[in-house]
Ligand binder design. Sequence first.
Ligand SMILES: N[C@@H](CCC(=O)N[C@@H](CS)C(=O)NCC(=O)O)C(=O)O
Length: 244
Amino acid sequence: MELKAVSLAALLLLLSDLRPAGAGAAYTLHYFAARGKAEPIRLLLNELQLDYTEIRYTRPPVTGNMMNWEEEKPEGIASGLFPFGQLPVLTHIHRPVLLQQGKEGGVVSMAQSGAIMNYIGRQHSMYGKDIFQDMRIDEMIGGIGDLKAKWRDRFYGKETAEDLAAALLLWREEVPTWLSFIGTLKKKHGGRWMVGDELTLADFYAFEALDGAMRYALPRLLSHLVTSPDLSFSRTFSAAWSEV
Ligand SMILES: N[C@@H](CCC(=O)N[C@@H](CS)C(=O)NCC(=O)O)C(=O)O
């Protein structure tokens, strides 16, 4: 980098790279206090031991050091921080490349969970060895996304006994079918991990879909309903629950 091209602001940013540990993270993840679409990103940041911090949002009533989503959302849309008015959003202090290009004051911010995963993944060799393996990773991520969408469509936010009773039928049929599709694909193209013998982006999505949505969230949702004070509601679910 030519010295004359370095502005005072850029110089300060470079110097602040010498900040003491904990004085400000390279990555900031904006999301709600939930696993959701941020969880594969958290898993990836943790696995790579990247320096990150989180800003968490909630709808009112706002407690602790949470941010009020209803206030921050319109501001974020106006400022461009939340280009789709949605989370997750990641900001990254990426000084060397961006400063050389004279861009964005050394900080880049991005929305869309897939774009965030790819951005981190490409920088840290979490994609494949060639275009074919890249394609297999994308294929696996797509299939896992479809499986998770089924869980989301059928169970997420559902409150009536009818909705959930219908969902349980699909749980017993559709989910095993999709797990078997994914299992077959893993046998064909996987190895130690979902695709090949190295950890890739696909593994972070797979863990979150299987552990977060299937293993963690679903039983909790159902057991909450089983213990509902509404007895007829509870009876329906006690019966259904015992069959899951
Ligand atoms: N395609 C987007 C979807 C993001 C999304 O649906 N975000 C939801 C939470 S999971 C959101 O921000 N909802 C709040 C709102 O729309 O006000 C992605 O993968 O990041």
